[in-house]
Design a protein around this ligand. Structure first.
Ligand code: ADP
Length: 474
């Protein structure tokens, strides 16, 4: 029983915490991956948009230069068409910065030849992450690019005005060509910076994503491993518990078998001897002999009575709950002595009591069983050959235990028998008892978490000491 208790006391961590960790890690992993993929996809859309921006600006410059030299209105038209691309992106940027997501901004991106499927991601990234360093830096490059596009637009308007009024000179052409080339060169730098900044950001996000994925996967793997190891440990412990319980059951079963066998045997033997005595008494005429037979019958019935009372004690001890209550040791001793005075020679014994402890908190049923059995043994095994027979009873407190001592100067117990006296049905003198008394005493003492010890010497006497905790629940 104690073994099972110690297995139960083994505390294992709560597996629900581990399951919760796995659950939260999985949810975070899905959440982080979802948003990272959204960010990466928006970055890709921006880099794609930048290539349209750059191509539009370059084509516009090319058409403007051609228009500058051949004055073909078709080139002017193409220039305007191409310039709309970077200008559309510029309108989108300014609108997003001022008022956030709206139809004008989205229309601007569409004019900038961005794909309609990318619009949501592009707008979402801008609105939510415009202050994140890498995006803020890219937006700054974009803004500088837009300023140059505005300059290109003004130059285009000037060229067109001069051509319309036929006032374009060769010097003007040279000057405008130089201005367009300078703007184009500066725009190339801005466009490259824009792409590089976004690319750098994308790479950083990718590294971050890889690290977070590894961390969360490690957390999940570790939690799952711990979960399994705890479960395996629990299974091993319950297996051990079942094994211990099985062992205990086998023991109890074995004990019960022995008990039933011996009880039925011991219950029958006095009846058989009674039947025999009755038969021979019927044939007897001598009154003295009949009296003798009647005495033997009485002895046999007393033994039967004692045996039945032992069985009742055994059953009560096994069945009844422990009840802690105030008990007077003095009362228990006096009650037991008066009930045992019928035993042969009891009235020739001198009883002494030295009770330093009287009122204690314990189970009165078990104490009654213990005291009555120890006293009845001390009386039964008194030594008739001694001039003075005595039984001394003591109680005192020592080392946190209430101690009860029953000492006699009876026949004593030899060393060989001493080892067995607490076993079931062990009795050196079958005529005097059932062999159950001390077995029941030991069980009763253990039931109230105490212990019993014996000191005895043949022909000198015996001392039984019962120790029961003075305080329970420590
Ligand atoms: P029983 O019913 O035979 O008395 P117990 O279990 O009470 O059975 O005791 C077992 C044996 O221990 C007894 O048969 C006896 O030999 C011995 N014994 C017990 N108490 C004493 C005692 N006070 N003095 C001498 N022998 C004792």
């Amino acid at each position: 029983m104690y073994k099972v208790q110690s297995l139960k006391n083994l505390r294992l961590p709560n597996v629900f915490i581990l399951i919760l960790i796995v659950f939260i890690s999985c949810a975070l992993l899905i959440f982080i991956n979802f948003f990272t993929i959204k960010i990466l996809s928006a970055n890709r859309a921006y880099i794609n948009g930048e290539s349209h921006y750059s191509k539009g600006q370059k084509d516009a410059s090319r058409h403007l230069i051609t228009y500058l030299y051949n004055k073909d209105p078709n080139q002017w038209k193409l220039y305007n068409e191409e310039l709309k691309v970077p200008m559309g992106d510029g309108i989108a940027r300014k609108t997003l910065l001022k008022v956030g997501d709206n139809e004008i901004a989205r229309q601007g991106f569409l004019t900038g030849r961005n794909h309609s499927d990318d619009l949501n991601d592009i707008v979402w990234l801008f609105v939510n992450f415009k202050k994140v360093p890498f995006l803020a830096k890219a937006i700054h490059e974009w803004e500088q690019g837009d300023n140059l596009i505005d300059e290109l637009f003004i130059i285009g308007t000037q060229i067109n005005a001069k051509i319309q009024f036929n006032s374009l000179t060769a010097d003007d052409q040279k000057k405008f060509l130089h201005q367009i080339s300078t703007i184009s060169d500066r725009l190339t730098i801005n466009e490259r910076n824009f792409s590089n900044t976004l690319g750098e950001g994308t790479r950083k996000i990718k590294t971050l994503l890889t690290i977070t994925n590894i961390i969360f996967i490690l957390i999940i793997v570790l939690s799952v491993c711990s979960y399994y190891s705890i479960m395996v440990k629990r299974l091993t412990i319950s297996k051990k518990e079942i094994e211990v319980k099985n062992e205990n059951l086998i023991l109890v079963n074995h004990e019960l078998d022995r008990f039933v066998y011996s009880a039925s045997h011991d219950l029958r033997s006095p009846i058989t001897s009674l039947k025999g005595l009755i038969e021979i008494t019927q044939l007897e005429d001598d009154i003295d002999q009949i009296k003798n037979y009647l005495q033997l019958m009485h002895k046999s019935l007393t033994k039967q009575d004692q045996f039945i009372s032992d069985i009742i004690d055994y059953s009560k001890n096994k069945r009844k709950q422990i009840v802690m209550e105030p008990v007077s040791l003095r009362e228990l001793f006096n009650e037991a002595i008066s009930q045992l005075m019928h035993i042969e020679n009891a009235n020739k014994i001198t009883f002494t009591q030295e009770l330093l402890v009287d009122e204690i908190e314990s189970d009165s049923l078990r104490l009654k069983i213990i005291i009555s059995n120890l006293l009845s043994n001390a009386i039964k095994y008194a030594d008739n050959n001694k001039k003075e027979m005595f039984i001394s009873i003591k109680s005192y407190i020592l080392d946190g235990f209430n101690k009860i001592e029953v000492t006699d100067n009876g026949i004593g117990i030899n060393d060989e028998c001493k080892e067995h006296i607490f076993e079931m049905y062990y009795g050196t003198n079958k005529n005097k008892g059932s062999g159950l008394g001390l077995y029941i005493v030991k069980e009763a003492v253990e039931n109230i978490k105490g212990n019993i010890s014996v000191f005895s010497e043949s022909n000198i006497g015996s001392k039984f000491i019962v120790a029961i905790p003075a305080y329970y629940g420590i």
